[in-house]
Design a protein around this ligand. Structure first.
Ligand code: C2E
Ligand code: MG
Ligand code: MG
Ligand code: MG
Length: 298
């Protein structure tokens, strides 16, 4: 194991003695394995996007979907993003992987529209490392190459992104807005505590983090936070969506508090492109309303 780690440390160009004497542990070995394999994965096109539907609570209508990346590893099978996105971010590989995800999401959404399926926006997650000024050029190219209209693309950024380097970030977000792209803040409530940026940034939507939704019905403090985020969003004339909604009880609570949209296993797990096409074809608003009145929980 130690030899292998040293081999991988050298192979990845980190010929740094301290690196593998002090940090020779499972995480380091794993990290280097993943990094090497990620490089190959880009060339071998081992990534796929899954899509998770987003539903308007009051009507049950399908209003969007989020693209979620998967790594189809030749030996390990499907690897979830939490297992490789941190390594991709650290190593800088996220820029190329993220570019691929952006173009693929636009291409797929345009293809669905050309098949006559309902036109909805697709949301793509952006890592902080992708969020340099060149992101606007990347987005422009993705839209131009695929023919997707900007209003059918949404970009999700985290609080960490908007807190950094404020002036440049504001300019970039404004430029994206000018292009007609929608912007949302992902995992809202888990990042920095300063809220002043919210009124200065041209954001359309807040995504209530799953951790506050989980405990609805069980923890009054989490219920209070979820409710406060919904009110905050509306005070600032933003839409708000709750992530990770798994039960009809959670959905009913959120509806009662005025939450606009939900995303989660209650409606659907993330779907392959083929399964999402079927979802687009078969979903009716009354299907969504039935979910709320049922006792169907996952
Ligand atoms: P996220 O953007 O907050 O995405 C929501 C995550 O919650 C997804 O995990 C989704 O599968 C999961 N989820 C949705 N509904 C439920 C539910 O009802 N219950 C539970 N327990 N989980 C639910 P996933 O797909 O594993 O993605 C994890 C994270 O990886 C994402 O969190 C996002 O931060 C990141 N990620 C995914 N795709 C990309 C990408 O293309 N680029 C970048 N930079 N990051 C990505
Ligand atoms: Mg997201
Ligand atoms: Mg999230
Ligand atoms: Mg996230």
């Amino acid at each position: 194991n130690a030899d292998a780690a040293m081999y991988h440390a050298k192979a990845s160009g980190r010929n740094n003695f301290q690196f593998y004497t002090q940090e020779l542990n499972g995480r380091t070995y794993d990290y280097l394995m993943v990094e090497n394999q990620l490089r190959r994965a880009i060339e071998r096109k081992e990534f796929q996007l899954y899509y998770q539907p987003q539903i308007e609570l009051a009507s049950g209508a399908l209003v969007g979907c989020e693209a979620l990346i998967r790594w189809m590893h030749p030996e390990r099978g499907m690897v979830p993003p939490d297992r490789f996105i941190p390594v991709a971010e650290d190593s800088g590989l996220i820029v190329r992987i993220g570019e691929w995800a952006l173009i693929e999401a636009c291409r797929q959404n345009k293809a669905w529209q050309e098949q006559g399926l309902p036109a909805i926006p697709v949301a793509v997650n952006l890592s902080p490392a992708q969020f340099s000024s060149s992101i606007t050029a990347t987005v422009e190219i993705a839209l131009m190459e695929t023919g997707l209209s900007a209003r059918h693309l949404e970009l999700e950024v985290t609080e960490g992104v908007v807190m950094r380097d404020a002036i440049e970030v504001i300019d970039t977000l404004r430029e994206l807005k000018r292009m007609g792209v929608r912007l949302s803040i992902d995992d809202f409530g888990t990042g920095y505590s300063s809220l002043s940026y919210l009124r200065r940034f041209p954001i359309d939507k807040l995504k209530v983090d799953r951790s506050f939704v989980d405990e609805i019905g069980a923890d009054v403090d989490d219920e209070a936070i979820a409710s406060a985020i919904i009110d905050l969003a509306h005070s600032l004339r933003l839409k708000v969506i709750a992530e990770g909604v798994e039960t009809a009880d959670q959905a009913r609570f959120l509806l009662q508090r005025g939450c606009d949209q939900i995303q989660g296993f209650l409606v659907s797990r993330p779907l392959s492109a083929g399964a999402m096409a079927e979802f687009l074809q078969t979903w009716r608003a009354d299907t969504g309303q039935a979910l709320l009145t049922s006792y169907h929980d996952v």
